[in-house]
Design a protein. Structure first.
Lengths: 649, 117
């Protein structure tokens, strides 16, 4: 059962330092030890493998493109939170990086692997079965076309074990729909990067894992102490952080309400900033009407960050599933003008079953609706659907059409950027995309640091690369803390949401520290509560886990190295400063009842100039300079970029 | 003192497996679900989780670590009589406050501090 010329690569075991490559069809290999020091693991090593082995001459669906799953030194321990990073070259040309939580990562670690690299294209649909040392590529013709829930169930019945963990794609990934996702545990998806369609193009339906090993840490006493520190930091009862109680009780969908309150919830394709009917779809309503039980990722300290929900009445009766996130709530309510809560739940579950990115579906439907209302699209163009804002029946219908590339759905399945080019007739004015990917929940016009982060993140707009853009409570950041973090910040200017001053420096700090946390890996929502933005406990956790002696400065360098390497990958693919752009609507149109003016281009340019300066990248082109590359130990990148005729200054 | 038991209110469990990790870590200094005396069965298609416990509550680390790390208050170390009473209390309190669908009333003192608006 060959998977083309497939290779699967395993990584460093935590203690045995055993590194395994799977060679030929399947080969196991050890990773170089110095990578641990330079990139720690997970997203860091993923990016390193991608940069070294995927060159710009191939496209995303080429057999040589690699799909890399990564776990790190903390995986399998409670602080790892089950995070997995998935990295590939996306169909847009830039790096595609997304991650999921759930239980798949720990299981892979218990089976003895850190990284799984997939290359080649299978002749027939297949799935991979990893059972400790045994790695098989199995036939999946009977699974092809199944939704994610059926796939999960069928594989579990086939292997006859209810406790295995599986990562899979849905029909959207099989049909190469733009920005489709890889899911695990039914609803945890690695999204925003198009890794699902790359997996679909390789004809790989799923990766099932069973591991019987365990993970030991170097210093159990220290680890236990720190585990308690993190648990007590998220004790919602005694915290100063207003996010924590909201997270603890409502889960992330509580945050959508805060954005609506502050005029930052992008409504009707971001024409407005507040959704008037938000009370109809508020987290409290969801919580009273549909939520039944809590759900969680591996070892989450929050009690109910996700919910199991059931709809028992109305036209969407019979819908059940889990996890209504802030982003889901936003993209299926305010963004498409819908105030039917059951329809939101239905849309979320459809997206999960079909394997699609919620933001992509939200923004593409909103884009189609705006074009329809403005007369750019006629009823004939959209297969007779009544695509006005708020028509949830049409939204549900259109979601299925996109996943199966049926009629008008085939056009939208290209992504908003390409679809607007094909439609023409001035529809480009209403697209909201950066680097070919749709936007997401974070506001641009009334939170300048978010605008900077969304425009500059390497795999298209993605808040998880730097979230949160500001510390949730000013009192949590003392001058002493800043001194210890070696961060010379004017806090007052960071908290001003609509001025360009001071944002770049803080965002650079956010990027570096988030990248470090994703290298561990751990959930980036963890340095919260009593900790504020203080991520120092994680440096100690890393040391207690591995027995190494990382310092604060070193791990910040790891973050910077990862950011610059990702940028170098994009630069090699031809991305430049012009691609770190602001969508037209955000620059030209004001928003909200409180009247937030547009984000001025000169303000944005000022932030961007400063940001590039702090990163050590060239201001005109955004190409990393020779100086910073050498400082970060990436001098081989200089030669490599020169080979591809990129001018490094 | 009356004998206490480890009792799980399965309806409150969110399936995070913190308890499995705490147990295996306390007993074997290793994170390995197979070395845990407590097992969470996740019935994912129904969103339900069930516990199987084979432990008398005598933890090498003193008080049961699984109870300490449980974020929802689902796991308890109480007498048989108290557990029965708490089941009743949970059902009654849920009628008044939907929050107890997710978090046990005994996890934190209720009412909580003023809610941020």
């Amino acid at each position: 059962m060959p998977l083309g010329n497939g290779n699967i690569l395993g990584g460093h075991g935590l203690n045995e330092k055993e590194i395994i490559w799977l060679e030929g069809k399947v080969s196991k290999q050890n990773l170089p030890k110095e990578w641990m020091r330079d990139f720690i693991g997970c997203r860091g090593i993923n990016s390193k493998i991608l940069y070294d082995e995927v060159n710009p001459n191939i496209n995303a669906y080429d057999p040589q493109n690699k799909l890399i799953f990564g776990t790190g030194p903390l995986e399998g321990t409670p602080i790892g939170m089950g995070r997995v990073s998935i990295t590939t070259k996306s169909d847009r040309g830039c790096i595609g990086e997304g991650g999921f939580g759930g239980f798949w990562g720990p299981e892979l670690k218990y089976a003895g692997y850190d990284h799984v690299v997939i290359e080649g294209i299978s002749k027939k649909p297949c799935y991979i079965w990893i059972d400790d040392e045994i790695v098989e590529i199995r036939n999946a013709e009977h699974l092809w076309g199944m939704d994610t829930w059926q796939t999960d169930r069928t594989i579990k019945e086939e292997i006859d074990d209810f406790d295995i963990q599986i990562a899979y794609i849905g029909p959207a990934g099989e049909n190469l729909v733009h920005s489709s996702t890889i899911l695990t545990d039914l609803c945890r998806s690695g999204a925003r990067s198009g890794c699902g369609e790359v997996m679909g193009s390789k004809k790989l339906k799923a990766i099932a894992v069973r591991g019987s090993g365990g993970v030991q840490v170097a210093d159990p006493e220290e680890y236990k102490k720190l585990w308690r520190t993190i648990h007590s930091a998220h004790d919602h009862y005694h915290t100063d952080d207003i996010y924590v109680p909201i997270y603890y009780v409502f889960g992330s969908c509580g945050i959508a309400k805060m954005y609506n309150f502050s005029g930052g919830l992008q409504t009707r394709n971001a024409q407005e900033g507040e959704f008037a009917d938000f009370d109809e779809v508020s987290p409290e309503k969801y919580y009273e009407k549909y939520a039944v039980r809590g759900t969680a990722c591996f070892c989450c300290p929050y009690a109910a960050e996700g919910k199991w929900h059931e709809v028992n009445e109305g036209e969407y009766a019979g819908t059940k599933g889990k996890n209504l996130w802030a982003g889901n709530l936003h993209s299926f309510s305010a963004l498409i003008g819908n105030s039917n809560l059951a329809a939101i739940v239905k849309l979320v579950d459809d997206c999960n079953k079909l394997g699609m990115d919620n933001y992509f579906i939200g923004y593409s439907i909103a884009f189609a609706m705006e074009c329809y209302e403005r007369g750019i699209l006629t009823k004939d163009d959209v297969d007779g659907l009544e695509l006005y804002f708020g028509n949830h029946n049409a939204a549900v219908e259109l979601t299925k059409k996109i996943a199966y590339r049926d009629g008008f759905g085939d056009l939208l399945a290209l992504g908003v950027e390409k679809a607007s080019k094909k439609i023409g007739r001035g529809s480009e004015r209403y697209k909201l995309t950066v680097k070919g990917n749709e936007l997401e929940m974070m506001p641009w016009r009334n939170l300048y640091q978010a605008a900077l982060g969304l425009a500059t993140s390497e795999s298209g707009p993605d808040h998880t690369k730097w979230y949160p853009p500001y510390p949730s409570n000013p009192r949590l950041i003392s001058p002493e803390l800043l001194k210890e973090l070696d961060l010379d910040l004017d806090l007052k200017s960071v908290f001003m949401p609509r001025t360009p001053e001071g944002k770049a420096k803080f965002m650079k700090f956010r990027y570096d520290s988030s990248s470090f946390l994703e290298c561990l890996p751990t959930c980036i929502y963890m340095p919260r509560g009593k900790l504020g933005i203080d991520f120092r406990p994680w440096v100690r956790i890393l040391n207690s886990c591995t027995g190494l002696d990382f310092t604060l400065k070193e791990v910040m360098n790891v973050g910077a190295r990862l950011g610059t390497l990702d940028r170098a990958f994009n630069v090699r693919e031809g991305f430049r400063r012009k691609d770190d752009s602001v969508p037209r609507r955000m620059k030209e149109e004001p928003v909200g009842a409180q009247f937030y003016g547009p984000l001025k281009q000169e303000d944005f340019d000022k932030m961007l100039d400063e940001y590039y300066e702090f990163q050590g990248w060239d201001k005109k082109t955004s190409i990393p300079t020779k100086k910073i590359l050498e400082e970060l130990g990436l001098s081989y990148v200089v030669d490599d970029l020169k080979k591809y005729k990129v001018e490094v200054k | 003192m009356k004998k206490r038991i480890l009792y799980a209110f399965d309806d409150l469990c969110n399936g995070c497996k913190n308890c499995e990790m705490a147990c295996s870590f306390a007993n074997s200094k290793e994170f390995n679900p197979r070395k845990s005396k407590i097992k969470v069965s996740r019935v994912v298609y129904e969103g339900r989780n069930y516990h199987t416990i084979d432990c008398d509550g005598k933890c090498p680390d003193g008080s049961p670590q699984c109870v300490f790390v449980c974020p929802t208050g689902c796991l308890t170390y109480v007498t048989k009589e108290d557990a029965a009473k708490m089941n009743y209390e949970l059902a009654m309190k849920r009628e008044i406050q939907p929050i107890f669908k997710f978090i046990a009333p005994w996890k934190w003192k209720y009412p909580w501090r003023p809610w941020p608006k």
